[in-house]
Design a protein around this ligand. Structure first.
Ligand SMILES: [Fe+2]
Length: 327
């Protein structure tokens, strides 16, 4: 590999009402607001030393503009450009200064059509980890992962493993050993990027890491107190797959955010991917309770890196099972 992707580093979401988004993400969930202007809010977690990991842009439609990955060195961006171009995939540069606090960025569409952005440079800011006086809501710490529905998980898996240098921590397989879902990482945790079999490409959710489960429980209380009980879609619970303690929320535009804590280290090269059977219900909820239909059926739409048009979606290659077997 002639480049090194460090980790998933930011999500750019379009939202229809910036104040409603601020109330939810900052006042209820406890994100730190680095700055804002008429059309943007830049948010980060308490642990993050970078300008932002979540950018909310005011727009007419609540779509997903791009999923961002940080690379180790600036020159890795041109290596990535060559790779994507060699595969006939669309690429586009966003020059330094065009995006607040960001160096030059390479935007591409991956093998499934997902809009990705690679960058090396982002302004650094004060890390709030020990500003306990600022802890509130879920005490959001840092971005952890993104999860996308794609129609061909095997194709996405092969591209990320073989071309981008990701490793697999866990996966779900069908009886005839087809990959139904995969959890892939660059940083040494369970994942940066997950893929699930489904109509796509679509963003299922993006996730933030918390330091312990009580932050998540406290967040439920805060949400209920502030009139956001309906935003709680699934959980709290524990995933079998990843072992993480989880809570899924829907923001005011319907984008899904997961609060996540309690996964494990995957740094060792001899770590063997953990296989889950598609018929094992413990993989999605270790305690056995089921997710609501909305969790399976509702996802966020991506837009084209050049035109801004919504990306066409395709039906999954593998036959869809009953909802409880989808993850
Ligand atoms: Fe997740």
């Amino acid at each position: 590999m002639t480049f090194s992707i460090i980790r998933v580093a930011r999500t750019v979401l379009h939202v229809t009402d910036l104040q409603a988004s601020r109330d939810f993400y900052v006042n209820a969930l406890g994100f730190i607001e680095t700055e804002h202007d008429e059309e943007h809010i830049y948010l980060r977690g308490l642990e993050e030393h970078v300008h932002h990991s979540l950018l909310l842009k005011k727009a007419d439609k609540p779509v997903v503009e791009v999923l961002g990955y940080k690379v180790e060195k600036e020159e890795h961006l041109t290596k990535l450009e060559a790779l994507f171009q060699s595969q006939g995939l669309k690429t586009k540069w966003v020059e330094k200064g065009k995006q607040r606090a960001m160096g030059r960025a390479l935007r591409v569409h991956d093998i499934s059509g997902i809009p990705l952005e690679f960058f090396c440079e982002m302004e650094t800011v004060e890390r709030m980890l020990q500003r306990y006086d600022l802890y509130r809501g879920a005490r959001i710490q840092r971005i952890d992962h993104v999860n996308c529905a794609v129609p061909d998980v095997q194709k996405a898996y092969d591209f990320y493993i073989d071309q981008l240098g990701f490793a697999c921590s866990e996966y779900t397989a069908t009886e005839d050993e087809k990959i139904w879902a995969a959890w892939l990482h660059r940083k040494p945790t369970v994942h940066d990027q997950a893929f699930m079999n489904g109509k796509g490409p679509k963003l299922h959710h993006f996730a933030y890491w918390l330091s312990e489960p009580m932050s998540l429980i406290h967040c439920c209380d805060v949400l209920a107190s502030m009139g956001y009980a309906d935003a709680i879609e699934r959980g709290p619970g524990r995933h079998g797959l990843s072992n993480a303690f989880f809570l899924y929320l829907r923001d005011p535009d319907g984008h899904r955010i997961e609060l996540y804590t309690g996964d494990y280290l995957t740094s060792d090269p001899d770590f063997k991917p953990i296989r889950w059977d598609l018929n094992d219900p413990r993989r999605q909820t270790f305690w056995g309770h089921k997710a609501p239909d909305s969790w399976f059926n509702e996802t966020s739409t991506f837009i084209d890196i050049e035109t801004g048009e919504e990306i066409a979606v395709h039906e999954p290659l593998l036959e869809q099972k009953k909802p409880e077997f989808i993850i």
